[in-house]
Design a protein around this ligand. Structure first.
Ligand code: NDP
Length: 244
């Protein structure tokens, strides 16, 4: 198991892509702590699935939008793990609005969770992060595409990729590798493959289908593992060719 003995912290690990990442890192041998915003039942289910498969996992409530809550949750998770070798910032929200419909509240909410939460959370985790560790940010291909009604969300995800590029340089002297995974349309509660916009979205995907959460978690596992030892400061799209 490539991550045997490693300790991983995954934000937003209760559902969707984050839950799949937590399960995959655990299957590869890591002890995993997840955070969640409010869905304790889903967080407990992720922990239970990991433990049923023979792994070890913990869950902590932490609202990524709230600095004090995010810091406390990351501290608790790092304390339970003892150290952090792999930090995955997956928690995210998307609110669709054209510029005519957009509001301060929609803007603040998405930047608070998707960007500020990543910034606060990384600073809180850093004293616990091992030299040679990994930080993996979940961005989105919308961070590099112009799509109607997704401007603010897209701006948050462009910011995420920008943070990763600079942090890769800030942390290179400690051999901490920092990368962004940019999913395309992935079937989750946030973007269901049978949702309102799914048919139109699928026409943009060269592979002609939504991706699965496991197709994202596999790439995260690669970046977390020994084969990615010379990969830092980059973005990997997992999008069926959508952004090509
Ligand atoms: P889901 O809505 O299915 O799951 C979101 C997860 O994030 C849940 O675990 C949720 O916790 C957690 N979360 C949400 N808000 C907060 C918060 N304020 N504090 C802490 N945790 C929070 O989303 P996906 O799995 O689809 O998305 C995961 C990531 O992937 C996001 O960053 C998203 O932007 C990105 N992404 C998704 C794509 C897709 O098509 N699905 C495409 C591109 C990027 P809880 O269960 O408690 O609510």
């Amino acid at each position: 198991m490539s991550l045997q003995g490693k300790k991983a912290l995954v934000t937003g690990g209760s559902r969707g892509i984050g839950s799949a990442i937590a399960k995959r890192l655990a299957a590869d041998g890591a002890t995993v702590a997840i955070t969640y915003a409010g869905n304790k039942a889903a967080a407990d289910a992720t922990v239970a699935a990991i433990e049923q498969a023979g792994g070890t996992a913990f869950a902590f409530q932490a609202d990524a939008a709230d600095g004090a809550s995010q810091r406390a949750g990351i501290e608790q998770a790092a304390g339970a793990l003892g150290k952090v070798d792999i930090l995955v910032h997956n928690a995210g929200v998307a609110e669709f609005a054209t510029i005519e419909q957009d509001t301060d509240a929609l803007f603040d909410r998405q930047f608070d969770v998707n960007v500020r939460g990543v910034h606060v959370g990384t600073r809180a985790a850093l004293p616990h992060l091992s030299d040679g560790g990994r930080i993996i940010l979940i961005g989105s291909i919308s961070g590099e595409l112009g799509l109607s009604a997704v401007a603010t969300y897209s701006a948050t995800k462009a910011a995420v990729a920008a943070l990763a590029r600079s942090w890769a340089k800030d942390l290179a002297s400690r051999n901490i590798l920092v990368n962004t995974v940019q999913p395309g349309p992935i079937d989750t509660d946030l973007n269901p493959a049978d949702g309102e916009f799914a048919q139109q979205m699928t026409t943009m995907i060269p592979l002609g289908r939504y991706g699965t959460v496991d197709e994202v978690s596999g790439v995260v596992a690669f970046l977390a593992g020994p084969d990615a030892s010379y990969v830092t400061g980059t973005t990997i799209n997992v999008d069926g060719g959508t952004a090509a």
